[in-house]
Design a binder for this molecule. Structure first.
Ligand code: SF4
Length: 222
């Protein structure tokens, strides 16, 4: 199962790279900012979280200032992200725990750790689950952690890469096992693009899908 899924991923990746172009990893934010950004992005759209992140970063000069700011001041800046009270408390908590544990906000030591240890370190922070941990490690350091968002979860189940009943949390590890570590970032981006554009939640456009001949769900959905 593993081996056939591995070769399936190689094939899917090559088709998607033809469709969407080659995608190379480049860091988005440094790790501490990526962590703040990702907490803001929980349960909301990219547009809302980006706006909240920009507002937060322009209102405070540094993460150090956010860590010592009042909750009310943080909440005001991140209203657009939704759940602003919960997220403000989470961001402040996480920053202060990191400061206490590490002595500063430099998380580059995570890139030197084995992947599972780095994930566990991040997941020990309040409100940080497998997806948030994977985003920080993958986007900031290019580590082969596969963040599974709603699009990736849906598309990979339809493609038969994971069983339908596997939880989203478990999907992270299962997908990492079948994707070449060098391809994790690109495959993550391809599945998101494909999920947004073609393999939509309610009405997948199987008739236009370049993966149709590799997809066990085509007949059921298309
Ligand atoms: S064939 Fe349909 S279900 Fe399968 S990946 Fe394409 S759009 Fe999604």
């Amino acid at each position: 199962m593993h081996e056939s899924n591995k070769s399936n991923v190689v094939q899917l990746s090559s088709i998607l790279s033809e469709e969407y172009g080659q995608i190379n990893w480049k860091p988005r934010h440094d790790a501490i900012n990526e962590l703040v950004y990702t907490i803001l992005s929980q349960h909301t759209s990219d547009i809302n979280s980006e706006r909240a992140f920009r507002n937060l970063m322009s209102s405070f000069c540094s993460v150090q200032s956010i860590a010592t700011a009042s909750l009310l001041d943080i909440e005001k800046c991140i209203r657009t992200a939704g759940l602003h009270k919960i997220k403000a408390a989470r961001i402040k908590d996480v920053l202060n725990i990191i400061l206490k544990r590490v002595g500063n906000f430099d998380l580059t030591f995570l890139a030197e750790m084995p992947l599972e240890d780095a994930k566990d370190w991040l997941k020990s922070l309040p409100g940080v689950g497998p997806k948030t941990a994977a985003i920080v490690l993958c986007f900031s350091f290019g580590m082969p952690a596969m963040p599974v968002d709603t699009h990736i979860y849906r598309v990979s189940r339809r493609l038969g890469l994971i069983e339908p009943k596997v939880s989203a949390d478990k999907a992270h590890v299962l997908l990492e096992k079948i994707i070449d570590p060098d391809q994790v970032f690109a495959f993550h981006m391809y599945l998101i693009k494909h999920g947004r554009k073609i393999c939509k939640a309610l009405k997948p456009r199987c008739g236009e899908c370049v993966l149709a001949s590799n997809c066990p769900s085509k007949l059921k959905l298309g």
